[in-house]
Design a protein around this ligand. Structure first.
Ligand code: SF4
Length: 359
């Protein structure tokens, strides 16, 4: 193959390292397509057109939602980071998916923006080795930002990428990356880290009951967990919109078996009660859920009297009259981060999994 027909697939998160890694390969005259992985937990596909323009890269979204939920349900073989982020397994999953896509794009290698020593869990030398071995990409993967700290890859040995023009970055600092960005004429610098909800406390406390209590969670369940306020009453799950956008989102996510709660006579939030086979919402559970939904309507609270809530779903429609009541006073509890942490530690201990508090 001539170097000019060489095509690389680059893992592209939108973070600075992923931009630089792809651009370093592009700067050597090689063709690069950036793969932007999308799931309920990460990915901003709506930004792809702006990023393409900004960074001069071809970018495509790759949905890994189902595989990712499966990974969380099975439990990551290499453990979790600080919260629910299974970084080593996540990288393996993404690189393995990139490998599967090589033929489709007619590409010959994979590029990733990892930097040796940048993250204690997933970017130690041994972790980088495990990742490339288990993803089946040992001979296909180039890590341009730290290539000079690693053994030469077949792509470098074949002279397709000039190793001397790759970099030797190491550790957590960003000064090398910022200098490289200037050299490459990149003026729009993404803010460091962020973007993965599995690493954020607020999201993790929402996801944990879904993983523990929903019998066979799907990506839709995690999208619901991302939207609005979350309440659990035993096995019963109620999401309540905070604003019009969240109300619309929840309504769009409701399945035919779910219960949708809306106020009949005045403005207020929308509630979504999730139902699955084997779980029955009793009349009392529906009434308390309606009371909880009413408690977030300022108009109802101001009037301090009963109000009507229309409950639709599972082939039925009924109107429930209830007084607004704070959810926690009637058994609907906000999922707690402390409970997540405690249960995660106990689970990891039982499973003999690594507990790495750094991510
Ligand atoms: S923080 Fe970890 S789990 Fe989240 S996207 Fe990055 S590597 Fe994957």
């Amino acid at each position: 193959m001539s170097p000019s027909s060489f095509h690389a697939l680059a893992l592209f998160s939108g973070g600075l390292d992923s931009v630089l890694a792809a651009r370093l390969v592009l700067a050597q005259g090689r063709r690069v397509t950036g793969l932007h992985f999308v799931s309920p937990f990460f990915g901003k596909p709506q930004l792809l057109p702006a990023w393409q323009e900004m960074y001069g890269l071809d970018l495509v979204p790759v949905d890994v939602s189902d595989a990712y939920v499966r990974l969380l349900l099975d439990g990551p073989a290499h453990g979790y980071g600080k919260n629910l982020n299974p970084c080593v397994d996540c990288k393996i999953l993404m690189l393995a998916r990139a490998r599967q896509l090589l033929a489709e794009y007619g590409a010959q290698c994979i590029v990733s923006g990892e930097v040796l020593g940048q993250r204690p869990m997933s970017q130690r030398r041994d972790a980088l080795d495990i990742i490339s071995r288990e993803a089946g990409v040992r001979d296909l993967l180039v890590r341009p930002l730290c290539a000079q700290k690693l053994a030469p890859t077949p792509v470098e040995e074949a002279g397709i990428l000039d190793r001397a023009r790759l970099r030797d970055f190491w550790g957590r600092g960003r000064s090398g990356q910022l200098t490289l960005a200037r050299e490459l004429g990149i003026t729009s610098i993404p803010t460091p880290a962020g973007g993965c909800l599995l690493a954020e406390k607020e999201s993790v406390r929402r996801y944990w009951p879904v993983l523990r209590r929903v019998p066979a969670p799907s990506p839709v369940d995690f999208h619901i967990a991302n939207a609005g306020r979350q309440f659990w009453n035993g096995q019963h799950w109620l999401a309540i919109g905070r604003n019009r956008e969240a109300n619309e989102r929840l309504e769009a996510l409701a399945g035919p078996q779910d219960l949708v709660f809306t106020l009949r006579d005045m403005p207020g939030p929308l509630g979504l009660g999730r139902q699955w086979p084997g779980l029955r919402w009793t009349a009392e559970t529906v009434r308390t859920a309606a009371a909880a939904v009413l408690s977030f309507s300022s108009k109802v609270k101001e009037l301090r009297k009963e109000a009507a809530v229309v409950v639709c779903g599972a082939g039925h429609q009924e109107t429930v009259i209830a007084m607004p009541q704070p959810p926690e006073s009637i058994g609907w509890l906000d999922p707690s981060f402390a409970v997540f942490l405690e249960e995660k530690r106990a689970l990891c201990k039982t499973a003999g999994q690594v507990l790495d508090d750094f991510g």
